[in-house]
Design a protein. Structure first.
Length: 763
């Protein structure tokens, strides 16, 4: 067995490969070894099969025994293409969860005052609650509303109760309790009480699920490869001679052109260009997504606490990347008297866009029916198009329709629509900052009732941030397209709104507009200040609605470190005034304390800096100062991603020691972590200046060991060394380059401040 340095077509591969010299002098290598150095091996066989180099078409070689090298000559067409990974392999971030309880809340109260009879009344007050307990075993969640309304003295309404556990390694999420079923773009979800198992790609933000543009090429000599998507360079790097390909080119648009520029050492460039189309709905080859749901249907969510059916139902959905251009789909729904199953496919037409088709059939009791869906979406320069159509034939039912309770012998949603057509067009004039949008929706119910809604918008932005906009719609119902204009002024439903907005300084903006509908004509003027996301930020809005309704409104919001306060007051002409006030925030029990803070929609951290008044930064932005307990609640962390948190060590008391000043944490969804920076206030810290017998400072970097401590310290400039954990009487050992020395010093604890003892001899 020979271990040889490999040259390919005159250029070193910087690889050592194993070869076998046969008795007749010929060279051979295993099939896997040849593949690793980029040789296309003919035929098929085991990876350890020995292949004689003479058997490979077009391959010539020279073995140099003195230099232990083998020089191989092989046409590029017979070489394995090397896959170039842009940005390297993504790091898999292992998420963690602490243990604790979070209660998000919104407290609301509203009332009005009638001028005519001098009557003031409270319309209602309620408290919306979202409580969750979390640990490494999952998240238990309960939501609900308690309060009063004009119709009830007291209401206690349970919304959702669920337990969720996510398996990040397998990208799988389990749910028990109140769930919303999974599905596909052509299916309808339902609310259920039961269990669910789903693929969850959000557990791995590093994973790119959709196919990205693919480029391949060949370099004869060492070259530089540049890749452009549109006019934006997305990659630049060296390539070795031979074939190569890239299948993970980052894109900022779903369609366009990818251009490859290959430049050799002489400056000669070769360019090639290809069209691409991709979509988040497409899956990479061999990647799959799924959802399985079993339980009972939930009815009247938001009005009935326990509105569950007593009949077991089940749903299942599957998507699979057959190729990078084709994704297959399948879906099934069932209960004791219903079976509804369908299949679909999404496929990329490259520059023509993405197409999707689905077909399903159902049997509900004695009724049988079919469903057909087709869609298309594409981007062509400044033009974007989306279109879809769905049709039912016979008596087609899905679970949403089959489990609906009729009211007055008629289904509320009228079952699955007989026809649903949608088309939307958008065109952007990037050069002048304008855009046009147009959409049309046609829906026909089983009863024969139709909706035909046409809507459109036009906008234009100026260089001074002023903008103009025009929006309109018309529903011409059963009259079809011919009723579009005839309905204006008659019984049709229509609306038109035009306006202009402009900035008033750096923090304030204004707008005016006029609206016309079948029943009202109104003009609105508004001045507002946007609401920020940091404690101490505030926002406000003042508006006036004139003509059919005369309403003057004023609202404001203020963000504290403990929550958000919002208020609104409306004056309805001379008739009266209505007002409301709301307080939103969160109560958190975690990290050995109870904290008040802003709403926690994702993840959070309890930062322990060990001292009061320490400034904490999140992603290089000031996040607040620690309280009397030395801790700070930090909401708004991103689950399954790195979150950088740091403290300002200059805010720590003298004599305190800190294990670290910054860290990165990766929390799981809807959970929290305790971030302890290891600050010790009573660190018994001593600052020494170590010298030798002659008074010279000890060398920088010398290791210092304190007797009775396992911690290591090091000598800095001018012999300075910072020691923590000192006792009343102490002995040091210092490791020098060729010897060791010892020193001793006394320390008087109790002050909590850092002691500076001056020069100490080490002999």
């Amino acid at each position: 067995m020979l271990q040889l340095d490999v040259l390919m077509n005159g250029y070193p591969l910087k690889l050592i490969a194993a070869f076998t010299q046969l008795p007749d002098g010929r060279m051979a290598a295993t099939r896997s070894e040849l593949t690793d150095i980029g040789v296309v091996v003919p035929g098929q066989g085991a990876s350890e099969e020995l292949i004689t180099l003479d058997e490979v078409p077009g391959l010539n070689y020279v073995y140099n025994e003195s230099t232990q090298t083998i020089a191989i000559e092989l046409p590029n067409g017979e070489r394995v293409a090397k896959n170039l990974q842009i940005g390297g392999e993504n790091e898999v971030l292992g998420a963690q969860s602490g243990t604790g309880v979070v209660l998000d809340y919104i407290a609301y109260a509203g009332g009005d005052y009638t001028v005519a009879d001098y009557n003031a009344a409270i319309n209602g007050a309620n408290l919306s609650l979202d409580a969750r307990a979390f640990s490494k075993y999952g998240v238990l969640r309960q939501t609900g509303i308690v309060g009063t309304t004009t119709f009830s003295d007291f209401t206690a309404l349970r919304l959702d109760t669920s337990w969720t556990y996510s398996d990040q390694a397998n990208m799988r999420t389990y749910r028990l309790g109140d769930i919303i079923s999974g599905g596909l773009r052509w299916t309808r979800p339902i609310r259920m009480g039961g269990g669910q198992v789903q693929r969850n790609f959000s557990l791995r933000p590093d994973l790119i699920t959709m196919p990205l543009p693919f480029i391949e090429g060949s370099a004869v000599v060492p070259s530089t490869l540049d890749i452009y998507v549109g006019d934006l360079k997305t990659y630049s790097g060296p390539v070795d001679p031979g074939r190569f390909n890239i299948d993970n080119i980052p894109v900022y648009t779903s369609s366009g052109k990818a251009r490859m520029v290959l430049t050799d050492a002489t400056g000669r460039s070769v360019e090639s260009e290809s069209d691409f189309f991709t979509s988040p709905d497409l899956l990479k080859h061999d990647l799959y997504d799924y959802s399985v749901d079993v339980g009972v249907v939930r009815r009247d969510f938001g009005s009935d606490t326990f509105g569950y059916d007593n009949e077991l139902v089940g749903l299942g959905s599957l998507s699979y990347g057959l190729t990078d251009a084709i994704t297959g789909e399948a879906h099934i729904e069932a209960k004791h008297d219903l079976i509804d199953a369908g299949v679909g496919v999404l496929f990329s037409g490259r520059q023509l866009g993405m197409f999707n088709v689905a077909i399903a059939a159902s049997r509900f009791g004695a009724d049988q029916g079919y469903f057909l869906h087709a869609g298309w979406e594409g981007n062509f320069g400044n033009l974007s198009v989306q279109a879809s159509t769905s049709r039912t034939f016979g008596k087609y039912f899905d679970l949403a329709a089959a489990t609906e309770i009729p009211v007055n012998c008629r289904l509320i949603a009228d079952g699955v629509p007989r026809a649903l057509d949608q088309i939307s067009l958008g065109y952007s004039f990037y050069e002048i900052g304008s855009g046009i949008g147009l959409s049309f929706i046609h829906e026909e119910e089983l009863s024969g009732d139709q909706s035909n809604i046409l809507s459109g918008s036009v906008s234009h932005s100026f260089s001074n941030n002023m903008s103009l906009f025009l929006n309109g719609y018309s529903n011409f119902g059963n009259n079809g397209v011919y009723g579009l204009f005839s309905n204006f002024g008659n019984n049709g439903d229509y609306g038109l709104f035009a306006g202009i907005s402009m900035p008033l300084g750096s923090t304030t903006s204004s707008s005016v507009g006029i609206g016309i509908s079948r029943d009202t004509v109104s003009a609105t003027a508004e001045v507002s200040r946007p609401f920020g996301d940091k404690p101490g930020d505030y926002g406000w809005r003042v508006s006036r609605n004139q003509f059919t309704n005369n309403v003057t409104s004023a609202s404001g919001a203020y963000r504290t470190g403990k929550g958000v306060i919002t208020g609104n007051i409306d004056q309805h002409g001379s008739n009266g005034v209505s007002a409301n006030l709301a307080l939103s925030g969160a109560v958190v029990a975690a990290g050995g304390g109870v904290f008040l803070g802003d709403h926690i929609d994702d993840a959070f951290a309890v930062v322990d800096a060990g001292a009061e008044g320490v400034n904490v930064k999140y992603e290089n932005r000031d996040a607040g100062k620690t309280g009397k307990n030395g801790k700070l609640l930090l909401p708004g962390l991103h689950a399954y991603q790195k979150n950088k948190i740091e403290i300002d060590v200059n805010d720590l008391p003298l004599g305190a020691s800190v294990a670290m000043s910054q860290t990165e944490v990766v929390p799981a969804d809807a959970t929290g972590l305790v971030v302890d920076f290891g600050v010790k206030q009573d660190a018994a810290a001593v600052l020494l200046t170590l010298t030798d017998d002659s008074g010279k400072f000890l060398p920088v970097g010398s290791e210092v060991l304190l007797q009775g401590s396992t911690e290591r310290f090091f000598v800095g400039y001018d012999g300075a060394v910072y020691v923590t954990g000192a006792a009343s009487h102490n002995r040091l050992t210092v490791k020098l380059a060729t010897s060791m020395c010892e020193a001793s010093f006394d320390y008087k604890p109790g002050s909590g401040d850092q002691a500076a003892l001056g020069a100490v001899k080490c002999v």
